[in-house]
Design a protein around this ligand. Structure first.
Ligand code: SF4
Ligand code: SF4
Length: 433
C-alpha cells in the first residue's frame, strides 16, 4: 500500500484515482475530496476547497508536531485511560486436556497438570461477583483445553453463578463456551440451551483447510463429527452460535471463500476472526494481506446476511465515532476480561496464562486493585508511532504483545496490518457493522 502524504504537516492524504481522503490521525476526523477539489487544494490558497476544509475544521494552523503528546491530551479529554478499574469477566480455564491437537494452539494442552478444582472455581466466581456488586452484567466464558471434558464443572459453576448473582445483585450473567465441537452430549446441549449460552465453535474452514492444523489427538480429522454437532447447535432454540476462525497459512488467501462456506454450508452466521499475536516472537502472517483479506471476508459475510467481527472493526469504529480505539484490552467501561486458571490464579491477560507478571491470586487482587494497571499498555511507545496514521487506532502493542516480542518495539507486520486497516477504513462506504 502507498504511504499517504501529509497535508499541512497534520493530515494524512490518501489518494486513489485522483480522489483523496484526508485523515486527522489524532482527532480521527476524515473528509473525502473529489478530483476537482484535489486539484484546487494544490492551487494558491485560499481556494473554494481551502475555505470548505477550514469550515470543516481542517486547518493549516496550530501545532503540527508531537502527535503523540496530542494523542495523550485527547485521551485525557475523553476520559480514556489504559488502566482497568475492575474485572467484569472471567475466561475460566477448566482443564488443559483436549481431544484435539492443533498446531497453533496457544494453550499447553494435555500436559498432565491438574484440572481446576470445585473449590478453586468457587473462589474464582466468588471474587468475580463480589467485584461486580450491583453491576448490570458479568461474563463467564468456559475455556480449556476442551472445556466440555469438564462439563461437570460447568454445571456446578453455572448453578453457583446464579446464586452469586442474587447475592451480589448482579442483574445478568452472560455465559459463553469455546469448544472445538468434536464432543457434544445431549445433556450438555440441553444445559447450554437452558442457560442461553453463546457458543463459539473453533473451525478454520472446509475440511481441506480445517484439517491442515486441527486434528484429533490420534491425528485423524474430525470434520464430519464437527459438522454434525454444528447442525445440532444451530437447530437448538435459544443458542447464539458462532464460529471462531483462526487465520492460518491454510486459509489466508482464501478467507472470503472460507467465510462463504461457513455461512452457506455450516449455517453459522456470526464469525469471529481471532486476532493474530506474535507467537514465537513474531507475527506469522503478512499484515497487508491479512487486512485486505479480512475486508474481503467481511464483504462476503455481509452479502450472505452474516456478520464478520475482527480487529479490522477497530478502524471502522474509530473513524465512525471519532474515538480512539487503542485500549482493546478492556471494555468501554474500563473493565477487564481476565482468565481464571487452575491453582487459584488469575491472569490479567486472558490469552496469556503463563507470563508471571500477569498472574495473581484473587486475594492479591482484592488487597491491591491497583495491580490491574499491570496490563495497561504504554501508549505510542516508539518514535515511529508519531508518524503513523494508525496512532489513535493501534496506539502501540498491547502488554501481551510486548511480552511476546520481548520489548516495546512493535512487530513490523503488526504495524503494516494496522496502517493497512486504516487505509481500507478511510475508503470504506459499507458502514459499521
Ligand atoms: S481444540 Fe482448542 S484447546 Fe484443543 S488443541 Fe485445538 S486450539 Fe488447542
Ligand atoms: S501501527 Fe506501529 S507505528 Fe503505528 S501506532 Fe501501532 S505500534 Fe505505533
Amino acid at each position: 500500500m502507498a504511504v499517504p502524504r501529509m497535508l499541512w504537516g497534520k493530515y494524512f492524504q490518501y489518494e486513489r484515482d485522483g480522489e483523496a481522503v484526508l485523515l486527522d490521525p489524532v482527532g480521527l476526523d476524515s473528509v473525502y475530496i473529489d478530483s476537482g477539489e484535489v486539484d484546487d487544494l494544490a492551487g494558491v490558497p485560499p481556494t473554494a476547497t481551502h475555505e470548505a476544509l477550514y469550515g470543516l475544521g481542517f486547518t493549516p494552523g496550530g501545532s503540527t508536531t508531537d502527535r503523540r503528546a496530542a494523542l495523550h491530551d485527547r485521551l485525557r479529554l475523553l476520559d480514556l485511560y489504559a488502566a482497568p478499574v475492575r474485572i467484569s469477566g472471567l475466561r475460566v480455564v477448566l482443564t488443559d486436556r483436549c481431544n484435539m491437537s492443533c498446531t497453533y494452539c496457544f494453550v499447553d494442552t494435555n500436559s498432565g497438570k491438574p484440572d481446576m478444582t470445585k473449590e478453586e472455581l468457587s473462589q474464582g466466581l466468588q471474587f468475580l461477583f463480589e467485584q461486580n456488586t450491583g453491576q448490570a452484567e458479568v461474563s463467564i466464558q468456559w475455556f480449556g483445553g476442551e472445556p466440555t471434558i469438564r462439563f461437570d464443572l460447568m454445571q456446578y459453576g453455572d448453578q453457583l453463578a446464579d446464586a452469586l448473582a442474587d447475592r451480589y445483585d448482579v442483574a445478568s450473567v452472560r455465559r459463553t463456551v469455546v469448544t472445538n465441537g468434536a464432543l457434544l452430549t445431549d445433556e450438555a446441549l440441553d444445559h447450554f440451551v437452558a442457560y442461553e449460552y453463546g457458543v463459539g465453535i473453533s473451525i478454520d474452514g472446509p475440511p481441506a483447510i480445517n484439517s491442515a492444523n486441527r486434528l484429533l489427538l490420534g491425528g485423524q480429522p474430525a470434520d464430519d463429527r464437527i459438522r454434525r454437532n454444528v447442525a445440532r447447535f444451530v437447530e437448538a432454540d435459544g443458542l447464539h452460535v458462532g464460529c471462531n476462525l483462526t487465520p492460518t497459512a491454510a486459509n489466508i488467501g482464501r478467507l472470503a471463500e472460507t467465510v462463504r462456506w461457513i455461512i452457506d454450508d455450516l449455517g453459522l452466521k456470526f464469525i469471529y476472526v481471532n486476532t493474530p499475536i506474535p507467537t514465537a516472537g513474531r507475527w506469522q502472517v503478512d499484515g497487508a494481506d491479512l487486512a485486505r483479506e479480512l475486508y474481503e471476508a467481511r464483504l462476503a459475510a455481509l452479502a450472505r446476511g452474516g456478520m464478520l467481527f475482527s480487529v479490522l472493526d477497530r478502524a471502522f469504529q474509530a473513524l465512525d465515532t471519532r474515538r480512539p480505539m487503542l485500549f482493546d484490552h478492556m471494555q468501554g467501561d474500563r473493565s477487564l476480561n481476565a482468565a481464571l486458571l487452575p491453582g487459584n490464579q488469575i491472569s490479567l491477560c486472558d490469552i496469556n496464562f503463563t507470563e508471571p507478571s500477569f498472574l495473581y491470586s484473587p486475594n492479591e487482587l482484592r488487597a491491591d486493585p491497583g495491580l490491574l494497571a499491570g496490563v495497561a499498555k504504554k501508549v505510542a511507545p516508539v518514535p515511529e508511532c508519531e508518524k503513523c496514521p494508525a496512532l489513535a487506532i493501534c496506539g502501540g502493542p498491547s502488554r501481551n504483545e510486548q511480552v511476546l516480542v520481548g520489548g516495546s518495539t512493535p512487530d513490523p507486520e503488526m504495524c503494516t496490518f494496522y496502517t493497512s486497516t486504516v487505509e481500507i477504513a478511510v475508503w470504506d462506504n459499507t458502514g459499521v457493522q
